[in-house]
Design a protein around this ligand. Structure first.
Ligand code: PLA
Length: 418
């Protein structure tokens, strides 16, 4: 064809075919890092995203991760072939053992299907799409509040999102009565998203006795639990203790889903390593589930990445590396716990108005401070401290050196900006 005869399409002359786009807002959590990166101040502090920092304020690559990487890179028998759709077999088996316990009867009875996914988020998304396609009830109940991305992940997966009461601002604790009432009136079969431990953003977890009541209610109403386990080991420093809630639901023989992330507990944030497990009633059903999960995954991203899963599998299957990991993990959890005490003490010594005991009582990576959006923006503007507008701070981003600066900012925000 003669190129001179090609007339420009009408849109080409009036600008881009995308010119009508409205600018989307930044993500409420990851957008905090975007703003932080633009701030030239030397005293700036990012307490937005939940990412572990050392006392020096630096990201941490665990020593066991370095060792495992070294082994992998130096092993000439390793290649870069595609993984199967469901991911690395060893990784899947070891991940199930980690969350459900090595002696889990459900594992021995082959009732669990585990597929490697793209970290916690990808596991939730694959689980959500699987449920939207194959489960009879499309309603999923999320705690109020919850990790902001949950609503988007499950809505886009095709589920209909509702909430159940979880947090009581007045007591800064669990609204247990509200939770029982809301789940009690949920339509039978509804899916219930539960944070396995270290609830994000509140840092408030049910007690073992409360978990037991929640379990009985969920089972009596034939609700389907979907555990999000993004912080195993990070809450208490103990991997088994942090899996207690999930294991109690497996022990009753009922069905459930669980999404695991290795972002925090192995510090593999950017490697995107996670797993989705579905516990069924029989090995036959588990194998049907796997066959259908493959149909969800294949058109989404075909198969998952190899490197991060190899690191995890290397650590989980070697007794020495595993033990070393648990020590490093405990070190991270303990440092976070000590930051809680230091921040609490710093506010007390400044005489900051308010009861700040929730800082030491809350569990996991975050403290839900109770600061309002105006106070948060004051702290960002005047003190270059970045946090999400709901007043959540990542304790893992603090260090002994930065606690006084944060305490000054909170004190000023509470006394001047309210
Ligand atoms: N589930 C919960 C409860 C989370 O808090 C997070 C991460 C994820 C799942 C997903 O993690 P992954 O996909 O990286 O494995 N929440 C972070 C980061 C730490 C984020 O928002 O992406 C947070 O700051 O809340």
């Amino acid at each position: 064809m003669d190129s001179q005869n090609i007339s420009p399409s009408p849109t080409a002359s009036s600008g881009s075919v995308f010119a009508h786009l409205v600018r989307a807002p930044e993500d409420p959590i990851l957008g905090v890092t975007v703003a932080f990166n633009k701030d030239p101040s030397p005293v700036k502090l990012n307490l937005g995203v939940g990412a572990y920092r050392t006392e020096e304020g630096k990201p941490l690559v665990l020593n066991v991760v370095r060792k495992a990487q070294h082994q992998i890179v130096n092993d000439p028998s390793r290649n870069k072939e595609y993984l199967p759709i469901v991911g690395l077999a060893d990784f899947n088996k070891l991940s199930a053992k980690l969350i459900f316990g090595a002696d889990s009867p459900a594992i021995q009875e082959n009732r669990i299907t585990t597929v490697q996914c793209l970290s916690g988020t990808g596991s939730l998304r694959v689980g959500g799409e699987f449920l939207a396609k194959h489960y009879h009830q499309r309603i999923i109940y999320l705690p109020k509040p919850t990790w902001g991305n949950h609503t988007k992940v499950f809505t886009l997966a095709g589920l209909s999102v509702k909430t159940y009461r979880y947090y009581a601002p007045a007591t800064r604790g669990l609204d247990f009565q509200g939770l029982l009432e809301d789940l009690g009136s949920a339509p039978s079969g509804s899916i219930v998203l539960l944070h396995a431990c270290a609830h994000n953003p509140t840092g408030v977890d049910p007690t073992p006795e409360q978990w037991e009541q929640i379990r009985q209610l969920i089972r009596s109403k034939a609700l389907l639990p979907f555990f999000d386990s993004a912080y195993q080991g990070f809450a208490s420093g103990n991997l088994d203790a942090d899996a207690h809630s999930v294991r109690s639901f497996v022990a009753d023989g009922g069905e459930l889903l669980a999404a695991q992330s290795y972002a925090k507990n192995m510090g593999l944030y950017g490697e995107r390593v996670g797993a989705l497990s579905i516990v069924s009633k029989s090995a036959d059903v588990a194998s049907l589930v796997e066959s259908q999960l493959k149909l969800v995954i294949r058109p989404m991203y075909s198969n998952p990445p190899l490197h991060g899963a190899s690191i995890v599998a290397t650590i989980l299957k070697d007794r020495d590396l595993y033990n070393e990991w648990t020590i490093e993990l405990k070190g991270m959890a303990d440092r976070i716990i000590s930051m809680r005490q230091q921040l609490f003490d710093a506010l007390r010594s400044r005489g900051t108005p308010g009861d700040w005991s929730h800082i030491i009582k809350s569990i996991g990576m975050f403290t839900f401070t109770g600061l309002n959006p105006e106070q948060v923006s004051f702290m960002t503007k005047e003190y270059h401290i970045y946090l999400t507008s709901d007043g959540r701070i990542s304790m893992a981003g603090l260090s002994s050196k930065t606690v006084p600066h944060l305490a000054d900012a909170i004190h000023a925000a509470v006394t001047r900006a309210s």
